[in-house]
Design a protein around this ligand. Structure first.
Ligand code: ATP
Ligand code: MG
Length: 404
């Protein structure tokens, strides 16, 4: 044993080793920018939940971030929601000395290996050391076998019950036995702003989440259809915002809420019923476009799908797209309803999306499935709908929602 080993043993650091895959593939300049944003997002997410940590360090050459904290469990809950993180592992950190690595590996084995389990040691190494990774794997494997004979454990390198990973990086070695998957994607907000038309149903929150995942900063817009719906819909969207923006780094979110019921009433008064939904949506899009200007947002995201409901035919989506100049993103376009529901459950939004809420009473029995653009534009101009949009936009309300 080397000098001062007992002293070093006492200092078995607890760390979370964080991997961020895709960012590491970018050019140096882009990578630096994304790495800085990611670190900032992790910090904000931990601070939002009052999770204390002693340090958060990035090692760009290895594509790794090390988070030193006493609060592993709560930190892990936050890391799972931080876009840009591919996976992470709670790890022991020791100096790269054989004795210390042995001790730490044994500690890990003691807690993870059950009676008759098989196990494997996988070692990766970089830097100068008096041993190879194969030697370490064999040595540690034998050491664990010797010390835990009473558990009936064995080594199995092809299909082990448990794997102990050892990463030897120059002076430091990290040992772990769990790889926890993160949300993937790119750091929140790294790709710019988008307006989300958020109804609070199952679809639009998932569509929004998918764009968040690809690095968009989202400005949520809810069109309040009162008196054709009631407060139950607004309550549901607020709850959805609370859950959805757990995936953002913010403590508070502004939900923009526009009085769309006034517009819908006018539509119902002057337009044949079968066109109600097409006009209602086109005017929602127009309000979203105005909000986009205010925030320099480069598009709108909606939860529309192809052919899921009568109003979402290819022709209708075409007519909707023509109502504004900025792009409309529909990330659910290739998903089946069951896939959307599965995702909603997986990311923890489903329960709030199915909160009881009334349906819009303005929906006609037979909505138009082949919207004719020329005719629709003609009706919009005739009825001065743009003025209605301007008025509704002026009356937009800001609802502050705490994300805690
Ligand atoms: P969702 O599950 O998101 O409510 P949906 O399957 O019910 O969608 P529609 O009601 O046709 O389908 O709405 C299509 C999209 O239009 C929604 O996904 C959402 O992006 C937007 N949208 C609908 N209603 C509203 C609203 N009241 N406020 C804001 N956006 C809305
Ligand atoms: Mg809906």
């Amino acid at each position: 044993m080397s000098k001062g080993l007992d002293e070093k043993k006492k200092n078995l650091f607890t760390t979370l080793l964080i991997r961020y895959g895709e960012i590491g593939l970018k050019s140096t300049k882009v990578r630096r920018r994304l790495e800085n944003i990611l670190i900032n997002r992790i910090k904000k997410m931990l601070e939002r939940k009052n999770i204390s940590y002693t340090s958060l360090k990035l090692l760009p050459t290895r594509g790794r971030i090390y988070l030193y904290t006493q609060d592993l469990f709560s930190s892990a809950q936050e890391l799972k929601k931080c876009f840009g993180i591919v996976s992470f592992s709670p790890a022991f950190q020791v100096s790269s000395e054989r004795e210390l690595i042995r001790e730490a590996a044994l500690k890990l084995a003691e807690t993870s290996l059950k009676m008759n389990d098989s196990f494997a040691i996988r070692t990766k190494r970089s830097g100068q050391h008096p041993f190879t990774s194969q030697e370490i794997s064999a040595d540690i494997g034998a050491f664990i076998l010797k010390n835990l004979t009473d558990r009936g454990i064995s080594v199995d390198l092809t299909k082990p019950d448990q794997t102990i990973y050892i990463e030897i990086r120059d002076k430091n070695t990290y040992l772990f036995n769990k790889i926890i998957y993160g949300a993937g994607g790119l750091p929140y907000g790294s790709q710019g702003n988008l307006i989300s038309l958020l109804s609070g149903g199952i679809d639009s929150p998932i569509a929004t989440w998918l764009m968040m995942k690809r690095g968009c900063n989202i400005i949520p817009l809810f069109c309040d259809l009162t008196p054709f719906t009631d407060d139950s819909v607004k309550n549901r969207v607020k709850q959805v915002v609370r859950n959805l923006f757990e995936y953002s780094p913010f403590k508070q979110i502004t939900l923009y809420c526009t009085p769309h019921g006034i517009i819908l009433r006018k539509i119902k008064e002057f337009i044949p019923p079968k066109f109600t939904c097409i006009f209602c949506k086109r005017l929602m899009y127009k309000i979203a476009e105005k909000l986009a200007k205010r925030f320099n947002a480069k598009g709108v995201v909606t939860g529309e799908n192809l052919g899921q409901v009568a109003s979402q035919t290819l022709e209708n989506l075409f007519v909707l797209n023509q109502s504004i100049k900025i792009p409309v993103f529909r990330p659910l376009i290739g998903l089946d309803k069951t896939e959307i529901i599965d995702l909603s459950r997986k990311i923890g939004l489903y329960q709030s999306s199915i909160m009881p809420a009334t349906s819009c009473t303005a929906v006609p029995q037979y909505p138009e499935t082949h919207g004719n653009l020329e005719k629709i534009i003609e009706i919009e101009v005739e009825n001065k709908f743009q003025e209605l949009v301007n008025e509704a936009f002026k009356a937009i309300r800001e609802i502050k929602i705490s994300i805690l």
